[in-house]
Write a protein that binds this ligand. Structure first.
Ligand SMILES: *[C@@H]1O[C@H](CO)[C@@H](O)[C@H](O)[C@H]1NC(C)=O
Ligand SMILES: *[C@@H]1O[C@H](CO)[C@@H](O)[C@H](O)[C@H]1NC(C)=O
Ligand SMILES: *[C@@H]1O[C@H](CO)[C@@H](O)[C@H](O)[C@H]1NC(C)=O
Ligand SMILES: *[C@@H]1O[C@H](CO)[C@@H](O)[C@H](O)[C@H]1NC(C)=O
Ligand SMILES: *[C@@H]1O[C@H](CO)[C@@H](O)[C@H](O)[C@H]1NC(C)=O
Length: 482
């Protein structure tokens, strides 16, 4: 719950922030941007209209998963328009684009209690487990949860994972699992998978984003052995970074990437969004905090670049959507036009890229509006449409800047090529006519690189604060940490 002082603190630090930026950092010089990072040709496609059956209502902060065997997209939980956490599970058949709700076997009708802002991901371990794991989240009273559940993609039931007390109880953590990392065959009693968690909001407010944890999961998930999955946590803090809530993140290999959010508060609003980003490498026990460049934001969708056309892509995360206050930050209006930011984990550098849009039937390219808490899942192959030639990220739901909850389903399609300059043509550029729909083949798709970082807008009255005595005693590190 918000502490009474948090609002005061926020505006105080926001004021210092603006002052520091305008007095010590010449805007545009302190930040660096890459304008030739190799990226795949990217295109947004709005599939909302192509879906059938009875799908999820508008949801923010739902859990999302993908099962390549059954070609199912899973949506669980999330917060509804009324602000209430949900406990329903939906499956979208990606071949037929028909939504359904799973029917569990008799006697296996338990479901996780309602929640939003959980972390999770796929737990595939040979024939032992083929499920989607959900870890923690925020309950109906706004409290953090520590329970862990797994949905069986084969027999469509949920089981509660047995886990000793003492682990993290968090919502809005960053983390999950990289499904391309092979399970550990030495796990007992059956092969293990590893999930990672960084930060989040716990019972004592926001935890440091560097409060990092590892969860190993093992056991058998089957309808005749319905209570056999267990897990355990290891606390493995890496580095020392601020407490953050409302960040977005993903896992690449043994690294957790966390982006944006608000510092030192649980009242996550667009106005407190920060430009921070952090990468925690559990293999090495090391961390980096790349410099600011992309827009600050709450609730960004963050995925690994799983496109296989270039080795460079293996170290990239794609940062999409999220919300920030456009009166406080100058982003050139690009967040309205589908901007995708690319963070290279090796160099810690940012690129800001404008993908192609969805021409729809009218030919006027459309992009997803900015939204917080959209759920995203990526694949190294196509998720919808004929296979071959591209890899897809599916983005579902979220809440837009006007507070409307959404059930739109977008694909960020990434064609099988690598480009490194604005407007560059590639082998599939074809006749230059953009295509729409699940089978869009990439014709007409090119990207534009933005050439400057997002900067803070000097706020009226900021200079007046310079003479306020309190500023004279303001700790310099606040300015340096920008
Ligand atoms: C995406 O498609 C849905 C359904 O047709 C529509 O309501 C929505 O406005 C579209 N979004 C944009 C940005 O075009
Ligand atoms: C596998 O996971 C179990 C349950 O968390 C844990 O007790 C065991 O130590 C793990 N084994 C390995 C090899 O990580
Ligand atoms: C959050 O708190 C930490 C520790 O007190 C401080 O160093 C940091 O500047 C604060 N951040 C903001 C944005 O207030
Ligand atoms: C954005 O920031 C401005 C300037 O501080 C403030 O007046 C406005 O209320 C904020 N907008 C939102 C939506 O929070
Ligand atoms: C992508 O392109 C590479 C080289 O151009 C090719 O070897 C590979 O088979 C292609 N992959 C897909 C999924 O089309």
């Amino acid at each position: 719950m918000a502490r009474p002082s948090s609002h005061v603190n926020n505006s105080f630090f926001a004021a210092i922030f603006a002052v520091c930026l305008s007095s010590f950092l010449p805007i545009g010089h302190a930040q660096s941007i890459s304008t030739n990072t190799p990226v795949p040709p990217l295109q947004w496609l709005n599939l909302t209209n192509l879906l059938h059956g009875s799908g999820p209502p508008p949801l923010k902060d739902a859990s999302i998963g993908y099962d390549p065997d059954s070609r199912s997209l899973l949506i669980f939980g999330g917060e509804s328009q009324g602000g209430f956490p949900q406990s329903q599970t939906y499956l979208l058949n990606l071949n037929t684009l028909i939504w359904s709700t799973p029917t569990p076997p008799d006697g296996l009708t338990n479901t996780p209690p309602p929640r939003s802002a959980a972390i999770g991901g796929s737990d595939f371990a040979a024939s032992y487990r083929h499920g989607h794991v959900v870890i923690g989240g925020k309950d109906a009273n706004g409290q953090s949860l520590s329970d862990v559940w797994e949905f069986d993609y084969v027999n469509h039931f949920w089981t509660q994972v047995g886990i000793p007390p003492g682990g993290p109880s968090r919502w809005s953590a960053s983390g999950g699992i990289d499904v391309t990392v092979a399970f550990d065959p030495t796990g007992l009693p059956t092969p293990n998978n590893t999930f990672y968690l960084a930060g989040g909001v716990g019972t004592n407010g926001p935890a440091a984003v560097s409060d990092t944890w590892v969860m190993k999961i093992t056991g058998t998930l089957s309808s005749n052995l319905a209570n056999d999955v267990s897990a355990s946590w290891t606390h493995q803090p890496i580095g020392s970074y601020p407490a953050v809530a409302g960040d977005g993140g993903t896992v690449i290999g043994q690294q957790v990437v966390a982006i944006g959010g608000c510092e030192n508060t649980t009242s996550v609003t667009a106005s407190c969004a920060q430009q921070g980003s952090w990468v925690f490498n559990f293999g090495r026990g090391s961390s980096i905090a790349p410099g600011p460049c992309a827009a600050p934001r709450i609730g960004p969708a963050v995925v690994a670049n799983m496109n296989g056309a270039s080795q460079n892509f293996q170290n990239q995360v794609l940062v999409m959507l999220g919300l920030f206050n456009t009166s406080l930050w100058q982003d050139g209006g690009n967040s309205q036009k589908g901007e995708v930011d690319v963070l290279d984990l090796q160099g810690g550098s940012w690129a800001r890229v404008m993908p192609a849009g969805d021409p729809g039937s009218g030919g006027n390219p459309a992009f997803p509006s900015p939204r917080e808490g959209a759920a995203a899942v990526s694949s190294g192959t196509s998720l919808v449409g004929p296979s071959g030639g591209y890899s897809d990220t599916i983005v579902f739901g979220g809440r837009d800047a006007s507070g409307n909850y959404l059930n739109e389903l977008w694909v960020l399609r990434s064609y099988n090529a690598s480009v490194s300059s604005s407007g560059q043509h590639w082998s599939g550029f074809g006749n230059g006519q953009l295509q729409s729909g699940a089978g869009a083949s990439g014709s007409g798709v090119s990207v534009q690189y933005l050439t400057s970082c997002v900067s803070a807008i000097k706020q009226p009255g900021a200079n007046r604060l310079l003479s306020a005595p309190i500023l004279l005693s303001a700790p310099i590190p606040i300015c340096r940490s920008l």
